[in-house]
Design a binder for this molecule. Sequence first.
Ligand code: PLP
Length: 371
Amino acid sequence: MIYADNAATTKMDNDAFEAMREFLTVNYGNASQQYSFSSTPKRAIKEAREIIAQCIGADSEEIYFTSCGTESDNWAIKMGAGKNGEVITSVIEHHAILNSCRSVEKLGHVVHYIPVSSQGIIDINSLREKLSNKTSLVSVMYANNEIGSLQPIQEMIKLAHDKGALFHTDAVQAVGHIDIDVHKLGIDMLSASAHKFNGPKGIGFLYIRKGLALAPFIDGGQQEFGKRAGTENVAAIVAMAVALKNNVKEITSNSKKILELERRLISNLNEANIDFVRNGSTNHIPGNISLSFANAEGEVLLHRLDLMGICISTGSACDSVNTQVSHVIKAINVPKRYAEGTIRISLGKWNTEADVDSIVEAIIKILQEVV
Ligand code: PLP
């Protein structure tokens, strides 16, 4: 099997997996209890918070553990919108953001959806026009999950802050893959998810800048500084910290390796005279490769590749009657001849040149048969 869907989820880091075991079978105490059996899990959570904070340039009190990236995004939008402020986001956000925005719209908030260029980069002029002193929150993703494009975060933060608005970024695809320093950038809130950086599923975090009085998201006990109640998932928290630390340590070498694999894949396709376009920006998350093949169907490619033992994803959602091109592929205006033939190959740190060669060979074979 060749796994090339690392933007969907990643294989767990071995050190992270090993680190979990102790907190499931030996030191399984509830970290909120008073007796000494709980002191080890309590300390482990504190250390994990410190490690994670260091990895993104934050202070440990600014890290709030959540159950996933989706929860972090829900918290940021629903609480960041404030009492009746306006929200600004982009048209290419993940549904965790888009559907949270729909929810606050139902509560009476105005939400502006900013268009993007054909490379998937936010239209800064349009953002500037929509910003006003009514804006309470600007939320734009760090890197897009379907096409990998990185957004001009610093420029957007400045614009948002000039109008007194908060800036949140869904960095689920970016954390652990590129260097991020939240303090240097001036980010107010940032969402992350462990399973995207070789940690376990079902754990994530929201960075909330110190001094920002964001309302609590889950009511109950006093966990997460009284803002997100629920017994802590100690094993997953510890594993998330180990996975992030390991990934951050290797960011430069992994990026270099993955970008070389990307170049190999694209040049192999070009050499075979395949009619395709690559979507997204040259400034992108290493390994996220969105390709649209002329007159092909992404779903067919996915299923044929699956039969050949290769996991990738598509840029579309299909039912028995229609293939629907995804909101991202639509937003960047991929020409119709190509749009339905979109797939996303997302390479990770464990992919090899042999994987890339096999993927390209398989795509060529399928296209020869179906186009
Ligand atoms: N945001 C982005 C950009 C994502 O890619 C994803 C997952 O695909 C999420 C949010 C949701 O993260 P989780 O799977 O942890 O809920």
